[in-house]
Design a protein around this ligand. Structure first.
Ligand SMILES: Cc1cc2nc3c(=O)[nH]c(=O)nc-3n(C[C@H](O)[C@H](O)[C@H](O)COP(=O)(O)OP(=O)(O)OC[C@H]3O[C@@H](n4cnc5c(N)ncnc54)[C@H](O)[C@@H]3O)c2cc1C
Length: 400
């Protein structure tokens, strides 16, 4: 496939990768690793991705495909803003239509107006267009929500969802066509150091060396950090999604609805069905090597009951087409670690529920961390792992 070079990413000529060495090794072919590899390719680096399975089989194809600008922390809003152009131009850049659907997104509350006010302040300060709505405003726009208890909402017209499988395919095809080597079914089980500097990885298929190693191992990022001799407190939390059958009758013209009081969300899926998710106030850590990826009946029952109480669009026993579980690969404060962790090692992991929507910006920041560039005027100091050494940590107040 020819590389689709759009105006955002002019392609330089890329040095050929040598047999066991490259400028950069990326650990993990999830969305974060692939976006980093793509940005590094554009920066003229030779790149090898080492993936223990297949691209996207970690958490990146277990997402709901959600893209939104409204978040509860400054850095999350900025990363979403900087990534949005890639989603809007994805087909031109990567040659595959990601089936992006612009539903908009609506954060709702009947009691946490402080949370929405904080979010509104962030959106104002960062120039994001949104509407702050009261009960009347919500009902006027979406009469289907008239009987809900919500008193306030923040509505962003942009954002929605896309098909994460097509996104992964677009990235894989593009980076491969550009010369990135994908070492699949190859597990990193050692990090090679020369003194204080990381100079490569040991894998199930032998050793590879590089100037820089990127830890983009998603929920397994903590293991890679440990192999390198650093402890970062990554935490993965199980998160489920289910699809309501179209006979549930969810209107197609509603935005992505997010009830911050009860931590449940719902959106139409474009074919008469609706995707429903949420922690419901529970987000216990789970083991990345031993979590159950199947939809659990108790959660399925509870989330449909809560979605029914919150949005009043479906019955508590609405029919389910199917569902699945995955992990939010995160940290205690739900924000990622994005930093030069030690000489030769960059960490880009722990993106909780935002890894897909933030990946394009993260990829370019990773490339900048290597080159000392500054594509974006963005302070990422809030994402250093050293924040866990003290008590002052930023949190994303929305819980999503
Ligand atoms: C149910 C659910 C819904 C979600 N919804 C959204 C959403 O709507 N929008 C959004 O933006 N995000 C969403 N997320 C979050 C999103 O899925 C993650 O933030 C994102 O996928 C993280 O990407 P990643 O590349 O860091 O991790 P992963 O996709 O997990 O990739 C890490 C890769 O590293 C590989 N790996 C691990 N260890 C090794 C090793 N030792 N050697 C070699 N390879 C290794 C793994 O095999 C894997 O492929 C959701 C998550 C879940 C579970």
């Amino acid at each position: 496939m020819a590389i689709q070079a759009g105006p955002l990413f002019p392609l330089p000529s890329v040095p050929l990768i040598k047999r066991n060495t490259s400028d950069v090794i990326v650990i993990g072919a999830g969305i974060v690793g692939l976006a980093a590899a793509h940005a590094l390719l554009l920066a003229g680096k030779s790149v090898r991705i080492v993936e223990r399975s297949e691209p996207g089989v970690g958490q990146s194809t277990r997402t709901g495909g959600g893209i939104r600008l409204a978040h509860g922390s400054d850095i999350n809003v900025k990363l979403a803003q900087l990534s949005l152009p890639t989603w809007l131009h994805f087909e031109k850049l990567f040659g595959i239509n990601p089936h992006y659907q612009e539903t908009g997104h609506l954060f709702l509350t009947s009691k946490d107006t402080k949370g929405l006010t904080t979010q509104a302040g962030l959106l104002d300060s960062l120039g994001v267009n949104y509407d702050s709505l009261d009960k009347v405003g919500i009902t006027r726009r979406w009469p289907a929500l008239a009987s809900t208890d919500f008193t306030d909402g923040n509505y962003c017209k942009v954002g929605g969802y896309l098909d994460q499988h097509r996104v992964i395919r677009g990235y894989v095809q593009t980076v491969q066509a550009g010369g990135v080597h994908l070492e699949l079914h190859t597990r990193v089980d050692g990090v090679i150091r020369d003194g204080a500097r990381v100079i490569g990885v040991q894998t199930s298929e032998g050793s590879f060396t590089s100037e820089t190693v990127i830890n983009a191992a998603g929920p397994h990022a903590g293991e890679i950090s440990t192999l390198a001799g650093q402890e970062i407190p990554f935490i993965s939390r199980r998160h489920e999604l289910l699809l309501l059958h179209r006979t549930a009758g969810i209107p197609e013209n509603i935005p992505w609805l997010i009830d911050i009081d009860h931590q449940v969300h719902m959106r139409p899926d474009g074919s008469g069905r609706a995707l429903v998710g949420g922690f419901l106030g529970h987000d216990e850590p789970d083991d990345p090597d031993d979590y159950d990826p199947a939809l659990s009946e108790p959660w399925s029952t509870s989330v449909r009951e809560q979605a029914s109480r919150s949005f009043r669009l479906s019955r508590p026993d609405a029919p389910v087409v199917g569902g699945w579980a995955g992990l939010y690969p995160g940290t205690v404060d739900y924000l990622p670690v994005l930093e030069k962790s030690m000489p030769g090692l960059i960490t880009a992991a722990g993106f909780s529920g935002t890894g897909l929507m933030h990946a394009p910006a993260v990829g370019r920041i990773v490339a900048d961390l290597i080159d000392g560039g500054s594509t974006f005027d963005l302070d990422i100091s809030a994402l250093r792992s050293s924040r866990f050494d003290g008590k002052q940590i930023v949190t994303d107040s929305t819980g999503f």
